[in-house]
Design a protein. Structure first.
Length: 438
C-alpha cells in the first residue's frame, strides 16, 4: 500500500523557509564560527541560533560538532515544527555529506507528518540518496515531492543534481535554472547556482559556468564549495589559487580543495606550498588515491624518489587502475635507472588512460636517456600520432630521431613542436636544438 504524499501546512512551510533562509543568509564556515558561537551563548534557547551555528560547523567540515549542535537545537525547539524542521533538514545534509545514508534518511523522517511522507521529507530523502550518488532513487524522491508541489526549491535542486550524476547535462541545467527561478534574486539559493555552474563548465560552457559560480559567491562569499568549484573552473592562475586557498581556510578538511591547490602549486614550481597542500590532503582523506599521488609527485619533484615510489604504490593499493599513480611508479623507476620496470609501468599507465599523452612522452624521454632510441622513437611517434597538437610529444620524437641520426626527420619534429599549441615545452631549448641541426 502506497502512502499519500502530503503538503506541509502553508504557514509551517513559510516559517520553515524563513528560518532556513535566515540561517543560510547569515553565511558561516570557519571565518564565522566565533560569531555564531557567541550568538548561541547569548540565546541558547533559540533554535535559529543553533541552526546557524550547526550549519556553519557543517560547512566548515566539523560534522561531529555540527550534529551535536543541531540535535541540541531540535531539543530546544521541542514541538515547534517550524523550528525543528529546518534543523532536521540540516542534520540530513550533514549525514549526506558524510555519505551516511541510513542516518540521513532517519533525519528526513523527522519531517514526516502523521508518519506519512511530506513534500519536504521526499526532497530530503532525495538529498540523502545523492550523498551515496544514487541518482535513480534521488530522482524518484524528487519527483514525488514535485508532483505535489512543483515549486519546491529543494526538490528541484535535488532533481538537477541527480540528472548531473546521470550525465544528462541538458536536463540538469533545465532543472537547476527552474530552481533558481523559484528564489528571488539575491536571496539564498547559492547551492543551485553552484550546481548549475559546475554542470555548465563541465559541459563545455565555461564562461556561463563561471558566471553562475560568481553569482553563488555573491550570495554566500564564504561558501567553501562555491570557492572550490570556481577555483577549478577557472584557468590555473593567481585567482584560481586564491579561491582554492580560501576554500581550504573555510573548510580545513576539504581534501578536494587541497588536492586542486597542491596540483596548481606544483605545476607552478612552488614545491613548498605544494607539499603543504599535499600533506593536508592526505590528512583530510587518507584513503584518497589522488592525495597520495600528489604527495608522491611533490616528493619526486624534490628528488625524494623512494618516498614518491612508496606513495604511488600506496595509491595503487587503493585504486589499482590509477593512471596517475602508475605513471608516477614509472617515472620513479626511470629515475632509479630501472628502465625495463619503468617501460612496463608506462605501458600500464597508457592502458589505464588513453586520454593522457604523458605516459608515451615520458617513456620516449626515458628510453632516449637510456640510449634506447629505437624504443624512444616508437613511443614518441605514438604520442605524435595520437596527440598531433601536443608539443611535448613532438619534442620527444625529435630527441629520439637525433639519437638515431635522422637529422631531417628530427628537424621536422622539432619544427612541429614549436608550431603546435598544446602542452608546455621549453621553447628556447627546442629552438636551440633545431638550430643546431645542419
Amino acid at each position: 500500500m502506497r502512502c499519500r504524499v502530503k503538503h506541509i501546512a502553508p504557514l509551517a512551510w513559510v516559517l520553515l523557509s524563513a528560518l532556513a533562509g535566515a540561517a543560510r543568509s547569515a553565511g558561516a564556515q570557519e571565518s564565522q564560527l566565533e560569531a555564531r558561537r557567541a550568538a548561541v551563548k547569548a540565546s541558547g534557547a533559540d533554535p535559529a541560533a543553533a541552526l546557524a551555528l550547526g550549519r556553519a560547523l557543517g560547512r566548515a567540515g566539523r560534522s561531529t560538532e555540527a550534529l551535536a549542535e543541531l540535535r541540541r537545537g531540535i531539543g530546544v525547539g521541542g514541538s515547534r515544527q517550524d523550528a525543528t524542521d529546518a534543523l532536521y533538514w540540516e542534520v540530513a545534509r550533514v549525514y549526506a555529506d558524510r555519505h551516511d545514508l541510513p542516518r540521513a534518511m532517519a533525519a528526513c523522517k523527522g519531517l514526516d507528518r502523521r508518519r506519512e511522507p511530506t513534500v519536504a521529507s521526499h526532497a530530503c530523502m532525495a538529498v540523502a540518496h545523492l550523498g551515496w550518488q544514487r541518482a535513480t532513487e534521488a530522482l524518484t524522491e524528487a519527483e514525488a515531492a514535485l508532483r505535489v508541489d512543483p515549486t519546491s526549491y529543494d526538490a528541484k535542486v535535488a532533481e538537477g543534481r541527480a540528472y548531473e550524476l546521470e550525465l544528462q547535462s541538458a536536463h540538469a541545467e533545465a532543472a537547476l535554472r527552474a530552481a533558481i527561478a523559484l528564489r528571488p534574486a539575491n536571496v539564498d539559493g547559492e547551492d543551485a547556482h553552484v550546481a548549475l555552474g559546475r554542470v555548465l563548465w563541465k559541459a563545455g560552457k565555461r564562461e556561463d559556468g563561471v558566471a553562475e559560480l560568481r553569482t553563488a559567491l555573491q550570495l554566500e562569499p564564504d561558501d567553501p564549495v562555491a570557492l572550490y568549484e570556481l577555483g577549478v573552473a577557472l584557468a590555473p592562475g593567481a585567482e584560481s589559487v586564491t579561491l582554492l586557498d580560501r576554500a581550504t581556510r573555510e573548510r580545513p578538511s576539504f581534501a578536494e580543495a587541497w588536492l586542486a591547490l597542491g596540483t596548481q602549486q606544483l605545476a607552478a614550481g612552488n614545491q613548498a606550498a605544494a607539499r603543504v597542500a599535499a600533506d593536508a590532503a592526505v590528512r583530510s582523506d587518507a584513503g584518497s588515491a589522488g592525495a597520495l599521488v600528489l604527495s608522491g609527485q611533490v616528493a619526486f619533484a624534490g628528488n625524494r624518489v623512494d618516498d614518491a615510489l612508496r606513495a604511488a604504490k600506496a595509491a595503487l593499493k587503493i585504486l589499482p587502475n590509477s593512471a596517475p599513480a602508475m605513471l608516477l611508479v614509472a617515472d620513479c623507476n626511470a629515475k632509479k635507472g630501472e628502465i625495463d620496470l619503468a617501460l612496463e609501468a608506462y605501458q600500464s599507465a597508457w592502458g589505464f588512460d588513453h586520454s593522457n599523452p604523458a605516459p608515451l612522452v615520458h617513456a620516449s624521454e626515458a628510453c632516449h636517456a637510456a640510449s634506447r632510441d629505437t624504443s624512444a622513437r616508437a613511443f614518441g611517434a605514438k604520442a605524435a600520432e595520437e596527440f598531433p597538437n601536443w608539443a611535448p610529444g613532438w619534442a620527444a620524437l625529435g630527441d629520439a630521431l637525433v639519437g638515431q641520426k635522422e637529422t631531417k626527420a628530427a628537424r621536422d619534429a622539432y619544427g612541429k613542436a614549436l608550431a603546435v599549441s598544446d602542452g608546455a615545452i621549453d621553447r628556447a631549448v627546442v629552438a636551440q636544438r633545431l638550430a643546431s641541426l645542419k
